[in-house]
Design a protein around this ligand. Sequence first.
Ligand SMILES: Nc1ncnc2c1ncn2[C@@H]1O[C@H](COP(=O)(O)OP(=O)(O)O)[C@@H](O)[C@H]1O
Ligand SMILES: Nc1ccn([C@H]2C[C@H](O)[C@@H](COP(=O)(O)O)O2)c(=O)n1
Length: 229
Amino acid sequence: MLSSSQGKLVRDGEDRKPVICIEGNIASGKTTCLEYFSKTSNIEVLTEPVSKWRNVRGHNPLALMYEDPARWGLTLQTYIQLTVLDHHLSKIMAPVRMMERSLYSAKYIFVENLYKSGKMPEVDYAVLSEWFEWIISNISIPVDLIVYLQTSPQTCFDRLKQRCREEEKVIPLEYLEALHHLYENWLINNTSFKVPAPVLVIPADHDLQKMLHQYEENREKIFTVPRAP
Ligand SMILES: Nc1ncnc2c1ncn2[C@@H]1O[C@H](COP(=O)(O)OP(=O)(O)O)[C@@H](O)[C@H]1O
Ligand SMILES: Nc1ccn([C@H]2C[C@H](O)[C@@H](COP(=O)(O)O)O2)c(=O)n1
C-alpha cells in the first residue's frame, strides 16, 4: 500500500531502511557480489527479476528485444520498469536492503542506449521517458548508496560468454562498450544524468578471489551508509 508524504507516494509501513543498489555492466559480477553479501545476517538481497523478463505469460521479451530491438525495446523496457518499480516498493524484510540495479539505471543506461544507438523509435523513447519522469516525480524511490562494479567491456564480454545465457549470445563487444560509456558518464564523470545517491566505486576486473577480498575491505563502508533524508 502507498500513502502520501510531502507530495510523494511512499510505501506504508516500517521506518525507512538503507537501500544499496549494485550497478554495473552486463556480466560485471553484480549477482556474484550479491550472492556473497547474502550470507551476511540482517541483509536482504534482491536480484534483478531476469526470469520474469524471460517469461511473461509464456513470452520472452528479453529474447525478442535482442532479436529486434526496434520492435521490442519498448515492450521489454516497459516490463523492466514495472518489475523494478515493484522491487523498489516491496516491503523491506531486513535492516538493510541490497538490490541489483535500479529504476534509474534502467532508464539512464538501457533505454538511453537503445535510443542513442538508433534502435528505439523517438515515440517509444518519449513514452518511456514520460513514464519515468512521472514515477520519480510522484513516488519516493529512495536509494542510499550506489556500489558501482567498474569493469572493462572486454571483461564483461568474456564473462558473458562464460555465463552463456541463450538470449545474450548475439551481444557484440560494441554493445557492452556503449553501456560502459553511459555508466561512466553517469556515475564517474557526472556528465549525463543526476546521480540519486553517493557512489562507491569497486574496480571489478579482478579474479573472483580478489573480488571477494575487495568486498570484505569495503564491507564497513557499504553497511555504515547514512540514510538519505
Ligand atoms: N571476478 C570474477 N572473475 C571471473 N568470473 C566471474 C567473476 N565474477 C563473476 N564471474 C562470472 O561471470 C559471469 C557473470 O557474473 P554475474 O555475477 O552473473 O554478472 P551480472 O549479475 O553482473 O550480470 C558468471 O558466469 C560468473 O560466475
Ligand atoms: N534495463 C535493463 C536491464 C537489463 N537488461 C538486460 C541485460 C542483460 O541481458 C539482462 C540481465 O542483465 P545482467 O543482470 O546480466 O546485467 O537484462 C536490459 O536489457 N535492460
